[in-house]
Design a protein around this ligand. Sequence first.
Ligand code: OGA
Ligand code: NI
Length: 336
Amino acid sequence: MANLVSTWSKTAQTLPENYIFPADQRPGSFEIPLCQNIPVIDLSASHSKTVQEILHACQEFGFFQVINHGVSKDIIDDTMEVVKEFFNMPDEEKEIYYSIDPIKRCKVYTSGYDYANEDIHFWRDNLRHPCHPLDEWVHLWPEKPTNYRDVVGKYSLEVRKLSLRMLELIREGLGLEPGYFGEELTGDQLLSINHYPRCPNPSLTLGLPKHADADIMTVLFQGSVNGLQVFKDGQWLGVEPLPHAFVVNIGHQLQIISNGKLRSAEHRAVTNSREARTTIVSFISPCPDTIVEPAKSVIDTGVPRFRPFKFKDFFKFYEEKKRDPEAVLEFYKIKP
Ligand code: OGA
Ligand code: NI
């Protein structure tokens, strides 16, 4: 049975008990200061400046925002509109796509990966599907709203292009050989639409608990509603929504490839009682059988800090560890 928050919470006056997080994980007051110091990078600036700024942002924060990125505002606006429309459709239209089958790659579900066995649920619904190569997957995407495939298809291609462009800047900054981020390392692109309905008690629950992403690079559009927070130096910082800007963060794979030079920062999503929040997230990941390891040219001290693995094995372990970055990276660390 579908148990989407967007369905049953329409009439919920109070937060159900199984959505209440332990005291030390609760967001407390929603009024966390919006962070002015997460770097905002202008991609229309000079090449050498952007290489330097992106590398610095990935070392310090693992997070940055990009403006003047070349993705058309119309495509971004149309995509936000169509994904919101999806979640506003009548329940039975959304529920056609509902599945808890871990193998199924195109689906709608709620909370985390294992709803039945979770102690606490997250206040979010999610629609996700692969999008690269587009021709291979688009026939599995939602048929309604009727322009979903067309609009989201264009968005996925543009965001992929932007992601590869930013990876190229990082490649240069790290001094990796040309072509390093080829199809093997970037061949999987997943589009994930998070929908966080209005919440009766945002101070007790989370849309997404603290985690780091398993991929290479995540590109997120959060519209105009804030809720994304980054954990930096023991503190939560809110990421300010900027018009048509993308929030970019690097995942575990890039931390490992860079031999720990770049960081995959922990982050979470909080909810609010005023309005629903919808975010569009693109994850670029290696193909399942790709072997990932620290790049030879980055290991300047001659000591690799992580052991090689197949991406699919890493991902399985990541899910088992409930996305706890310390536990996941620790497992792949080479002990001195
Ligand atoms: C994610 C994520 C944050 C948000 O989907 O991995 O961190 O604000 N999303 O939706
Ligand atoms: Ni994330």
